[in-house]
Design a protein around this ligand. Structure first.
Ligand SMILES: NC(=O)c1ccc[n+]([C@@H]2O[C@H](COP(=O)([O-])OP(=O)(O)OC[C@H]3O[C@@H](n4cnc5c(N)ncnc54)[C@H](OP(=O)(O)O)[C@@H]3O)[C@@H](O)[C@H]2O)c1
Length: 299
C-alpha cells in the first residue's frame, strides 16, 4: 500500500513538477539581457461582440478542461465546444452535448466538431507514461515511454496537422495553438524522453500552422503548474530566452486565460513564450492588451 502511494506520489510529482522543470533546466541557449522588444503588435480590440463558437481540443486534459470551463462561463462572448479522445474524458468534463468525441490522428473522426466553428484552441498533446517498476526509495529517475501509435510524431505532428487542415476546410477565423518553450534546441533533453522527440514534433506543427495561411496565435508556455491562476504577473518572451531566467513556469489556469484573451484581443500572426513571476512578486496581470503589446515575433 505504502509503495503504491509512494509510486503515485512520485508519478504525479514527475509529471506535474519535475517534468516541466526537466523541460527547462538543462538548456544552454544564448540569452541577451539587452533584447529590445519593439511594440508593433497587431493586437486589436474585439470589434464584433456577437458570440463566437470556439472549439477546444484536448478539453479533457489538464489545461484544456480549464479553458473549456472558462469559455462556458462567458456565454455572452462564446459558444463553447470541446473535443475529447474518449467517452470517459467526455464524462470527466460533464458529458454535455457540446463535447465531441474524436481522435485527432483520424482526420475523419474530428470533422463534425469543426463544422461551423469560428475559432479553435488546440490543447492536445502526446502524454508520456511512466515505466512500471520504478522504486522511489532507491533513488534515480523514472523512465518514460509513449504508447504505440501515440508518440509525439502521431499526436503532436499528424494530429495537430489534421486539426489545422480541418480548421482550413471549416473556414476557421482564428487558431490558437499551445506549443512549448524549449523548441529552439533540438538537443533538448525532453526530446530523448521515451525517444519521442516531443519538442521537435511540436515545433514542426507550430511551423505548419504559421505557414498555413490561417490567422494564428502560438503560445509556448514554460513548465506548467497546477496552481491558482490570476494572481501572478505574466511575462511574454521569444526564442526561449526566458529559459535562462528564474521565471520559466506558469500555472495552467493562467495559460488557459491567455488562450481566451488571445482570441478576445485578436492577437494575430504572433508567437510568444509565456511564463509567470512567482506569486507575490510583481503585479498580477489584469491588462492583457498591455501584455500582448510586448509580443514582437511572428514565429
Ligand atoms: N507539462 C508541461 O510542463 C508543459 C510545458 C509546456 C507546454 N506544455 C504543453 O501544454 C499543453 C497542455 O498541457 P497539459 O499538461 O495541460 O495537457 P494534458 O493534460 O497532457 O492533456 C493533453 C490532452 O491531449 C489529449 N489527446 C492526446 N492524444 C489525443 C488524440 N489522439 N486525440 C484527441 N485527443 C488527444 C489527451 O486526451 P486523453 O486524456 O483522452 O488522453 C489529453 O486530454 C500541451 O500541449 C503540452 O504539451 C506542457
Amino acid at each position: 500500500m505504502y509503495i503504491v502511494f509512494l509510486f503515485l506520489l512520485v508519478k504525479t510529482l514527475f509529471l506535474n513538477i519535475y517534468f516541466p522543470s526537466f523541460y527547462i533546466s538543462l538548456l544552454s541557449l544564448p540569452f541577451s539581457t539587452h533584447s529590445q522588444y519593439q511594440l508593433h503588435s497587431t493586437v486589436t480590440s474585439m470589434a464584433d461582440l456577437s458570440p463566437r463558437t470556439v472549439l477546444v481540443t484536448g478539453s479533457g486534459g489538464r489545461t484544456g478542461q480549464i479553458v473549456y470551463k472558462k469559455l462556458k462561463e462567458r456565454p455572452n462572448l462564446y459558444v463553447t465546444r470541446g473535443l475529447v479522445r474518449t467517452e470517459e474524458s467526455k464524462q470527466k468534463i460533464g458529458g454535455a452535448n457540446d463535447v465531441f468525441v474524436g481522435d485527432i490522428r483520424d482526420a475523419e473522426s474530428i470533422t463534425p466538431a469543426f463544422q461551423g466553428i469560428d475559432a479553435l484552441i488546440i490543447l492536445t498533446s502526446a502524454v508520456p507514461q511512466m515505466k512500471p517498476g520504478f522504486d522511489p526509495t532507491k533513488g534515480g529517475r523514472p523512465e518514460f515511454y509513449f504508447d504505440d501509435g501515440a508518440y509525439p510524431e502521431q499526436v503532436d505532428w499528424i494530429g495537430q496537422k489534421n486539426q489545422i487542415e480541418a480548421a482550413k476546410a471549416a473556414g476557421v477565423k482564428h487558431v490558437v495553438l499551445i506549443g512549448s518553450m524549449g523548441g529552439t534546441n533540438t538537443n533538448h533533453p525532453l526530446n530523448s524522453l521515451g525517444n519521442g522527440n516531443i519538442l521537435i514534433w511540436k515545433r514542426k506543427a507550430e511551423q505548419y500552422l504559421a505557414d498555413s495561411g490561417l490567422t494564428y496565435t502560438i503560445i509556448r508556455p514554460g513548465g506548467l503548474l497546477d496552481k491558482e491562476g490570476g494572481i501572478r504577473e505574466l511575462i511574454v518572451g521569444k526564442d526561449d530566452e526566458l529559459l535562462q531566467t528564474e521565471t520559466k513556469t506558469i500555472p495552467r489556469a493562467d495559460v488557459a486565460e491567455v488562450c481566451i484573451q488571445a482570441l478576445n484581443f485578436e492577437v494575430k500572426f504572433k508567437a510568444f513564450d509565456l511564463a509567470s513571476k512567482p506569486e507575490g512578486v510583481g503585479t498580477p496581470t489584469k491588462d492583457f492588451k498591455a501584455l500582448f503589446s510586448n509580443i514582437t515575433a511572428r514565429f
